[in-house]
Write a protein that binds this ligand. Structure first.
Ligand SMILES: Nc1nc2c(ncn2[C@@H]2O[C@H](COP(=O)(O)OP(=O)(O)OP(=O)(O)O)[C@@H](O)[C@H]2O)c(=O)[nH]1
Ligand SMILES: [Mg+2]
Length: 391
């Protein structure tokens, strides 16, 4: 991106980040924009901020409507289960049919377009976990510019852990997918795992700046990163840098602009006559960049495989904990990101557990012998049983 923003603009963004009140945030964003010099390097950033402002305006409107007792659709859905997956797609591709086939949600299926007008959640069991699947209202062209319910649908996608991009083989699936990909791109939701992932967790005053580099920095030093963060007044934060990150990646993270979400394409209505040709065309356009699975909600083709596909796509693992005094581990696993360590697990169990940690015992078939005594940095895998001993 390199934005080379003036100091006033950077400081203004610090104020934006620190504000929770939507109206105040909106006002500060407007001021921020007026401080940004307009050139090629800042065009993307300005567009992104304007989009964030449009979402805020909708949120404010929605709240007003609710206060006035006029209800209106509820768009934010609290996460439940191991992961939240949003079904995105144009109208009539079969989003409701899929949700109804995978979960026990009450759905309205019809041959008329735009039947679903607000997000509908359902829980899908897979092994000993559950995925929360949400049908988003149909995505239309211009969604990222505020067309229809577009902004809310894209905000829903941004908030999810993974995306199900749904097209149907009956009605120009290549065009349908292009529409979805275009709108996601405009909303800066990316589907390919980026080379770098930067997480900035704002912390309380006095915490200071703690930067953890898991991968490596490209063309910059730790000092450069620190200076950049300080120029945006990010002074109390835990910053985790994964992969190969440039200063631009870090600036992107400050603006929370690009969000990576893993995705899968489901090509529905594989039961129709010309499905095979359409599928081939679709696959050649996607060219292996995203996994494409033909399904049919009508004949249930491949529906039973989806749990495993979602699990793989999300890159999660299940870890079972055991009390030292118990013989059996708890039947309900903790769900963690692939690559998680005993430390991550301990944090999930109790905020104080890391400080009081003494050692852990691991049981797993992949180890030459079990249990094995390990420390906080031990990397966990799917199916591990862990017993933590505290001081
Ligand atoms: N042939 C065939 N038709 C299907 C399949 N799945 C859904 N349909 C039909 O496609 C139409 C639309 O299905 P819905 O599930 O309502 O689609 P939607 O994407 O939720 O549509 P909106 O919410 O209205 O945007 C209905 O007539 C379904 O019966 C399938 O696998 N095969
Ligand atoms: Mg529907």
């Amino acid at each position: 991106m390199p934005t080379n923003l003036p100091a006033e603009a950077r400081h203004k963004w610090a104020e934006v980040s620190a504000t929770r009140n939507p109206r105040e945030k909106l006002r500060l964003m407007q001021e921020f924009l007026s401080l940004v010099p307009k050139h090629k390097g800042t065009a993307k950033l300005c567009a992104q901020v304007k989009r964030q402002m449009a979402i805020l305006r909708r949120e404010i409107e929605e709240k007003k409507r609710k206060k006035a007792g006029r209800g209106g659709p509820k768009f934010f859905i609290e996460k439940e289960g191991a992961a939240q997956l949003v079904i995105l797609g144009p109208t009539k591709v079969g989003r409701s049919s899929l949700l109804g086939s995978l979960t026990n949600a009450k759905v309205e299926i019809s041959d008329y377009p735009f039947t679903t007008r607000e997000p509908v959640p359902g829980m899908m069991p897979y092994k000993d976990v559950q995925f929360q699947i949400i049908e988003a209202p149909a995505l239309v062209e211009g969604a990222a510019d505020g067309e229809g319910l577009g902004l809310q649908v894209l905000a829903l996608a941004r908030n999810a852990d993974g995306l199900i991009l749904m097209v149907d083989l009956k009605n120009q699936p290549v065009k349908q997918l292009q529409l979805i990909l275009n709108e996601l791109e405009k909303a800066r939701i990316i589907l390919q795992k980026p080379k770098a992932q930067v997480f900035i967790e704002r912390k309380h005053m006095g915490f200071g700046l703690r930067i953890i580099v898991v991968g490596k920095l490209v063309d910059c030093t730790l000092k450069d990163v620190e200076n950049l963060l300080r120029s945006y007044k990010v002074a109390n934060a835990l910053v985790k840098i994964h992969g190969e990150a440039t200063l631009d990646d870090i600036e992107d993270a400050i603006f929370e602009s690009a969000a990576y979400r893993p995705a899968i394409v489901l090509a529905n209505k594989a039961d129709i006559v010309k499905a095979k040709d359409e599928l081939e065309r679709l696959e050649s356009v996607v060219a292996g960049k995203i996994k494409v699975i033909p399904i049919s909600c009508k004949t249930r083709l491949n529906l039973d495989k989806l749990g495993e596909e979602f699990f793989k796509m999300l890159e999660i693992i299940r870890v079972y904990t055991k009390e030292p005094s118990d013989k059996q581990p708890s039947p309900k696993p903790f769900v963690l990101k692939k690559g998680a360590t005993v430390r991550d697990l301990a944090k999930c169990i109790h905020s104080d557990f890391v400080r009081r940690f003494s050692f852990a015992k691991i049981w797993s078939d992949r180890l030459p012998f079990s249990p094995r005594k390990v420390g906080l940095d031990f990397k966990l895998e799917d199916g591990d049983i862990v017993e933590i001993h505290a001081k």
